[in-house]
Design a protein around this ligand. Structure first.
Ligand SMILES: Cc1cc2nc3c(=O)[nH]c(=O)nc-3n(C[C@H](O)[C@H](O)[C@H](O)COP(=O)(O)OP(=O)(O)OC[C@H]3O[C@@H](n4cnc5c(N)ncnc54)[C@H](O)[C@@H]3O)c2cc1C
Length: 249
């Protein structure tokens, strides 16, 4: 059967559930139908799939298309018995799940025409997941553009994946990592402090040139857009899933 990029329902084998750091889990799935996706897209996990109207919970695919048929997810479960707790329990207790996949218009396919055009990737919390997929794809495709990952978290202990990021830094001179902590506690953090997009504006006084990908809450994404437009960002430069699932009213 030929692989399709049309959103379809597929069964997935649950291969691995690993705790990455406090409250953040990595889920490794194996797609059992021949579907393909673009870096940055998401799937919907179908809970209660036997029932008339299953609950569909969206999660960004943290791996690049080169990893297919494997799909990685990174899920935050604050342990408060919310929807995420139910999702993690499902992955721990079921060997197979159903997903609707692929979804979303926030992706990176090909290198921009101008090889000097910077690509700025801004992830808040587990928004890192989408940026990871985009970076892995850009590096695998040997895109020459400078790639700047700005990762904003509340506390330094919420940064994870150190080995992965160090690997990108060591093997790809066009990759730059900028972690930003908004509310550091004690003296465990000597790096940048504040809102993640403020660091972008410090580093890029003009935002007329870069392509910008942002993953975070709708309030965060729209605040970033407003500030960046004041720095010269034009239409078509910024990409986020928020534009389709939470359009500005
Ligand atoms: C397009 C889309 C992609 C999503 N991807 C993820 C994901 O990769 N990982 C994840 O943990 N949750 C993701 N979510 C949120 C997820 O669908 C559920 O809403 C969440 O797991 C429900 O958890 P909760 O009710 O316990 O807590 P909530 O308070 O609703 O959310 C818990 C955490 O989910 C994370 N989150 C929320 N939206 C996103 C997002 N767009 N991208 C990444 N993280 C987000 C944040 O870290 C938040 O602190 C996504 C939502 C959307 C609309």
């Amino acid at each position: 059967m030929a692989a399709t990029s049309q959103a379809s329902i597929s069964d997935c084998q649950v291969e691995e559930v690993t705790q990455l750091t406090d409250g953040i889990y990595r889920i490794q799935l194996r797609l059992l139908q021949p579907l393909v996706h673009r870096a940055g897209q998401y799937l919907e996990l179908l809970l209660d799939e036997g029932e008339a109207s299953p609950t569909a919970v969206p999660y960004t695919v943290a791996s690049a298309p080169a990893a297919l048929p494997l799909l990685e997810l990174q899920i935050q479960d604050l342990g408060e018995g919310g929807l995420a707790s139910r999702v993690i329990d499902t992955f721990k207790n079921q060997s197979q799940v159903q997903v609707r996949f692929p979804q979303g218009e926030c992706y990176l396919d090909q290198a921009p025409q101008d090889p000097s055009q910077p690509i700025i990737l801004i992830g808040a919390g587990t928004g890192f997941s989408q940026m990871k997929a985009l970076i892995e794809h850009a590096l695998a495709e040997q895109m020459p553009n400078p790639l700047h990952l700005y990762w904003g978290v509340r506390e330094a202990e919420h940064l994870y994946g150190h080995e992965l990021i160090e690997g990108w830094q060591q093997s790809h001179p066009n990759f730059y990592f900028h972690p930003v902590v908004s509310d550091p506690t004690g003296d465990d953090w000597s790096g940048r402090i504040g809102l993640v997009h403020e660091s972008v504006m410090e580093d890029f006084p003009s935002l007329e040139q870069p392509l910008i990908y942002v993953c975070g809450s709708p309030a965060m994404v729209y605040a970033v857009e407003d500030d960046f437009r004041e720095r010269g960002m034009g239409d078509g430069q910024m990409f986020s899933d928020v534009y389709s699932y939470a359009p500005r009213s």
